[in-house]
Design a protein around this ligand. Structure first.
Ligand code: RB5
Length: 147
């Protein structure tokens, strides 16, 4: 899979080991930054990854900030993005199976590295459940037209 990844300073420390983990799992990783742990604004980096997913440069996106919350709120502003803020492997599975999430947002401050690796493993191996979930995900898409 082609995976676009980025963080802010709150997620930077985990970005490098998570990149290594993803490469070892056989994925192609596109690192959209930042290159250091200097303070940055998370919407800037959420936008880079979200654009990669919308423009099909990447299959899925991974965003890491302090909580994952700001990244999810930002990425979800782009049409076609379904970003899920995930802190457990169970939620990773459900975000794919029920919501067809295409961006996962992780916490670099409240979730340890081993758990985030487990979360990513589940997220990348779980398929969308189809069936009753299709119409619901279509309704999420329809909300993108509302003001
Ligand atoms: C940065 O201090 C922090 O606000 C950010 O990493 C993130 O947690 C925002 O949601």
């Amino acid at each position: 899979m082609k995976i676009s990844i980025a963080s802010d300073h709150g997620g930077f420390e985990q970005k490098e080991p998570l990149k290594t983990f993803l490469s070892q799992e056989g994925h192609e990783v596109i690192d959209r930054g930042p290159a250091t742990d200097e303070r940055v604004d998370y919407p800037d980096f959420a936008a880079l990854v979200a654009h990669d997913v919308v423009q099909k440069v990447a299959d899925v996106g991974v965003l890491i900030c302090g909580t994952g919350i700001g990244m999810a709120i930002s990425a979800n502003k782009l049409v076609g993005i379904r970003a899920a803020n995930v802190t457990t492997p169970d939620f990773a599975e459900l975000s794919r199976e029920h919501n067809d999430a295409n961006v996962i947002c992780l916490s670099g401050r409240f979730t340890d590295l081993a758990t985030n690796k487990a979360i990513l493993g589940v997220f990348l191996h779980t398929k969308f459940g189809e069936g009753r979930h299709v119409a619901r995900v279509q309704k999420i898409g329809a909300l993108e037209q509302s003001r």
